[in-house]
Write a protein that binds this ligand. Structure first.
Ligand SMILES: O=C([O-])CC(=O)C(=O)O
Ligand SMILES: [Mg+2]
Length: 237
């Protein structure tokens, strides 16, 4: 039975990656993780950070909310542990301000330092001042009510990507990527190898070597028909 978007459920136990794995993903960042995961798992580019120069990672605690209703955020806090990231999706699109500094204060008290929200948030200046990091679909002061059940820790679709509780979430200035829990170790290994390889390339590029030579591109460009001329007049009509 699929639990995707099932309402009225709280699942208490989810798989979690270790603090070391979380820190390593935060260091790797979104672009490298996304590449290492064969360019999968990237959330919609419209989910943007409200702050600058913050790179985080964590285990996904998922929250399914009903449009205009933030009740389930309060239910979710109790299920959180240090190292978790709250990942929120609504049953249909809504940009109301579901979340602000009060809920952030509650999450911080339980060791959660970041929110990924496919809905709107508010109190953004205070959130930045508090050092609580948010990636959201919208910033909007519109308040919400507490009337309708959603769920905590069921799989949700956030930014067009299926996020399962316990998935590794990586977020920075470039966006947000989700990696299935079972693949996290393998993807991390590839991400670290990629970062090392990029460091070598960075040094060669900084010394003036051309990408054309480092990547051996000249032959392929020739095959594709790229021609070089000293002057425009040299091109045959
Ligand atoms: O309480 C709310 O409805 C959302 C909010 O503004 C906060 O958490 O500070
Ligand atoms: Mg508020």
């Amino acid at each position: 039975m699929s639990l995707v978007n099932k309402k009225g459920v709280v699942i208490r136990n989810i798989p979690r990656s270790t603090t070391d794995v979380i820190k390593s993903f935060a260091r790797a960042g979104v672009a490298t993780t996304h590449e290492a995961f064969h360019r999968q798992g990237l959330l919609d580019a419209r989910i943007r950070p409200i702050q600058k120069s913050v790179s985080i990672a964590g285990n996904a605690v998922t929250v399914l909310v009903t449009p205009g209703d933030n009740w389930m955020f309060h239910v979710a806090v109790e299920q959180c542990q240090p190292g978790d990231v709250l990942v929120v999706a609504a049953t249909s699109p809504c940009t109301d301000g579901f979340f602000g500094d009060l809920l952030a204060t509650s999450l911080l008290a339980h060791g959660v330092r970041a929110l990924i929200a496919d809905v709107g948030v508010r109190d953004t200046q205070t959130l930045r001042d508090m050092g609580f990091s948010v990636w959201s679909r919208a910033v909007c002061a519109q308040g919400t009510v507490k009337e309708t059940l959603g769920s905590v820790n069921v799989p949700v679709i956030c930014g067009g990507v299926l996020v399962v509780p316990g998935d590794m979430i990586v977020a920075d200035d470039d966006g947000v990527v989700a990696v299935p829990h079972a693949l996290a170790a393998e993807v991390l290994k590839k991400a670290q190898a990629r970062a090392e390889n990029e460091e070598t390339k960075r040094q060669r590029l900084a010394q003036g070597e051309l990408g054309l030579d480092i990547y051996g591109m000249r032959e392929k460009l020739r095959e594709k028909g790229l021609c070089y001329y000293d002057n425009p007049g040299d091109i045959e009509p």
